[in-house]
Design a protein around this ligand. Structure first.
Ligand code: ADP
Length: 492
């Protein structure tokens, strides 16, 4: 064990690292719609290497049942009340890569969709919080820390500290991780009262009221012992009204308990040296394979096959959050009369999808738009492109830029959230840096930065430098896990 952890344990008068229960709506590879699942799926494995017994509790979604039913063991059945509704709660256990995952089974709430949307989603995850709190004292595990993730589990600290006072293990602490503050779980208070029986005294701006709604994430921010988010820069940004979606008041009030820990990526899955999904392998010292990947990408996607034409790529949800309005406003200007190719893999808002289909038709051989989700193609894009564009309006952490860098694809990003914390802009005087960045959410700034990057990239020596620096960055989850272990220990 690291000396730092030994010292912290001594300071806390403990012999062992804390037990942690991560509560989450999704957990990779069982169920996944976004980055939340990746964090919850990867973190416990990395924590185990530090001696932390971290387990997960998550809904037994249909997608999990279909694939893992034979490996799941039934532990016990209880009932819980959701207002007047008496609900079935089955607690099952699955062990995956050595991590114990408790699954909450209820077919009414966890059917075909991970998220029902709107008010039904409020009922789904109010049920989940209630079921988790009823199940915890019956588990074969005594957590020291309940690690809540996003609004779906953000009611746990409030319920535990009010309705379950005295029924939970003494001294149990609550950490709330905000993966994206844009989603808060906002409902009418009558509805929340009907589901969870929350006392009306908590429907004030000091507790869970925000702009006339009962806000689950706000309740979590008020009652959790510590709050963190997925990058240090985003932790700062969400204290300002531009980024906070209304929560800057509470987050400023609790700024001493708010911190940021940047996520990592699964460096065994994303590894150009061994990735089975790319046509040739490479590493920093042997880069020939990247050229093979580039030629394959150009050939497969109908782009002009030419090693000297740089490819700028995006693998993304096509939304405003990801800066797609900037891209749509500049793409024609960028590719017209210039030797550059643009490769997009993504899906999202119909207006952006239509724009990309049109751009592909207008710039045959120079623009490719693959509209849809395709994991295999994503790996080829990361490996085959030269530059990776991510001009996000806001970005809590962002994984794509880290994946791109791991494959030696130089990032061009807006300086926000996790992008700011993972990409160091190139300095042409000192040669430092591993990418390019611009400060303001502005189409011209993005355009100028892309031109600057293309200019630097046309110098083969500079490009070799940048690629090498990008691939050198350490984005393994072990660093994040250490920061989480430190945070859990500080909470005790
Ligand atoms: P988000 O805000 O969408 O979670 P991230 O950058 O954190 O953004 O993570 C997105 C992940 O989803 C990355 O691993 C990216 O490669 C993957 N991804 C996004 N869109 C697609 C797509 N159309 N096909 C394949 N993978 C995709």
């Amino acid at each position: 064990m690291k000396k730092e952890f030994r010292d912290l344990l001594r300071e806390k008068g403990r012999k062992t690292m804390p037990n942690v229960l991560l509560a989450s709506a999704e957990c990779a590879p069982l169920s996944k719609t976004g980055g939340l699942a990746d964090v919850v799926g990867t973190l416990p494995k990395a924590l185990a290497r530090l001696g932390v017994d971290a387990r997960v509790i998550t809904p037994y979604h249909r997608v999990i049942k279909d694939k893992y039913k034979d490996r799941v063991e039934h532990l016990f059945t209880i009932r819980c009340y959701l207002g007047w509704r008496s609900c079935y709660v089955g607690i099952e256990r699955l062990i995956l890569d050595g991590v114990i995952i408790y699954l909450v089974d209820n077919e009414q709430y966890f059917g075909d969709r991970i998220y029902y949307g709107g008010y039904p989603e409020g009922e789904q995850y109010s049920y989940f919080c209630r079921a988790v709190l009823e199940a915890i004292p019956l588990l074969d595990f005594m957590p020291d820390v309940i690690h809540c993730n996003d609004w779906h589990t953000a009611m746990l600290p409030m319920l535990a500290r009010t309705q379950y006072r005295g029924r939970m293990q003494e001294g149990m602490k609550y950490l709330l991780t905000i993966h994206n503050i844009a989603f808060q779980g906002k409902f009418g208070f009558d509805y929340v009262q009907d589901l969870l029986g929350v006392d009306a005294k908590y429907y004030t701006s000091e507790f869970m009221e925000l702009y006339g709604c009962a806000d689950y994430l706000k309740a979590g921010c008020v009652f959790a012992d510590r709050i963190n988010t997925v990058s240090p820069s985003y932790a700062e940004e969400i204290k300002s009204s531009y980024y906070s979606e209304g929560l800057d008041g509470i987050l400023n009030a609790r700024s001493a308990e708010l911190s940021g820990i940047i996520n990592g990526i699964d460096t065994t899955v994303f590894n150009p040296r061994s990735d089975p999904l790319i046509p040739a392998h490479y590493d920093r010292a042997h880069m020939k394979g990247k050229a093979v990947c580039k030629a394959e990408l150009q050939h497969r996607m109908g782009l002009d096959v030419d090693p000297d034409i740089p490819i700028i790529a995006m693998v993304t949800r096509m939304t405003e959050q990801k800066g797609f309005d900037l891209v749509a406003s500049q793409l024609d200007r960028l590719v017209s009369g210039r030797d550059v190719e643009f490769m997009l893999l993504g899906s999202g808002e119909p207006r952006f999808e239509d724009f990309m289909r049109g751009a592909e038709a207008r710039h045959k051989g120079r623009v490719c738009a693959y509209i849809g989700y395709n994991e295999e193609l994503a790996h080829l894009v990361y490996a085959g492109a030269d530059f990776y564009l991510m001009p996000s309006r806001f970005e809590p952490c962002g994984l794509s830029q880290m994946i791109a860098m791991r494959y030696g694809t130089v990032p061009i990003v807006r300086e926000t959230g996790g992008l700011r914390d993972s990409v160091q802009p190139y300095n042409c005087f000192t040669g430092e840096g591993n990418g390019f960045s611009f400060a303001n959410y502005n189409a011209d700034e993005m355009y100028d930065t892309i031109l600057y990057a293309l200019g630097c990239g046309s110098d083969k020596k500079v490009m070799r430098y940048l690629v090498s620096h990008a691939m050198e960055a350490d984005f393994s989850f072990d660093l994040s896990a250490e920061a989480y272990a430190r945070l859990y220990l500080c909470m005790l």
